[in-house]
Design a protein around this ligand. Structure first.
Ligand SMILES: N[C@@H](CCC(=O)N[C@@H](CS)C(=O)NCC(=O)O)C(=O)O
Length: 220
């Protein structure tokens, strides 16, 4: 039996969705973030040394890292979510599967951190310095990169039904979390193709079932 170690309001929601899409049996073990720090509880370190979610266990096998989990589940239980090897669709699948956590999420995380620095409590004489540094990094690096990444995704979704061709694939599951987070934190009017795509995945019955099972999730 697959056990999904599910942290509330987190990337592991997409793994629940994946299991519902492929119709594989799974159990959820729930973990709650610390309400002050938003960090995962120490019990997650008993499952994997990095203590992050998602992580799954399947008998004596433990798989961490969303992309690796999606590949593992697709190979073993949902081959319909992997495009045929050596096709343009497979190359797209592989690309977006890596892009989500390799390119897009680091930018979103930097934005979150620097936005927090701007509003963090600190002595009044430090505030202008901290704000100045945060603005410089945001304006000179983070914001232009996010804009570039989002325009690139918007164009892809204007021209394609799914991330890897005409059928839903594991790449769509993987891209769902950064796009949900982006649509909450950026101006969604700038990205109508992405907003339409996020609405489309939210309308799927497997997605709704996963949401029911996972508990409160701020990004849907
Ligand atoms: N790249 C990893 C990121 C894992 C990750 O950072 N997960 C977050 C949840 S969205 C987490 O566990 N945060 C709690 C913490 O850092 O303590 C993946 O995609 O699995």
């Amino acid at each position: 039996m697959i056990i999904i170690h599910h942290l509330n309001n987190s990337r592991s929601q997409r793994i629940l969705w994946m299991c519902e899409e492929i119709g594989v049996d799974y159990q959820i073990k729930h973990y709650q973030r610390n309400s002050k720090t938003q960090l995962a509880p120490k019990e997650l370190f008993d499952v994997h040394p990095l203590g992050k979610s998602p992580v799954i266990t399947d008998g004596d096998i433990t798989v961490a890292e969303s992309g690796a989990i999606i590949e593992y589940l697709a190979r073993n239980h949902g081959k319909q979510l992997i495009p045929k090897q050596a096709t343009p669709e497979y190359r797209q699948y592989n690309y977006w599967l890596h892009f989500a956590e390799g390119s897009l999420m680091p930018q979103m995380l930097l934005k979150l951190i620097f936005d927090k620095i701007k509003t963090a409590p600190m002595p009044f004489f430090i505030k202008p310095i901290a704000k100045g540094i945060a603005n410089k990094v945001m304006d000179g690096y983070v914001a232009p990169n996010i804009k570039n990444n989002m325009a690139f995704i918007e164009k892809h979704l204007q021209e394609n039904k799914w991330f890897a061709g005409n059928k839903i694939s594991g790449a769509d599951i993987q891209m769902s979390f950064p796009l949900e987070a982006s649509m909450m934190r950026l101006k969604s009017n700038d990205y109508p193709g992405i907003q339409k795509y996020v609405d489309k995945i939210h309308a799927r019955s497997a997605y709704k079932k996963a949401l029911e099972n996972g508990g409160p999730y701020d990004y849907a």
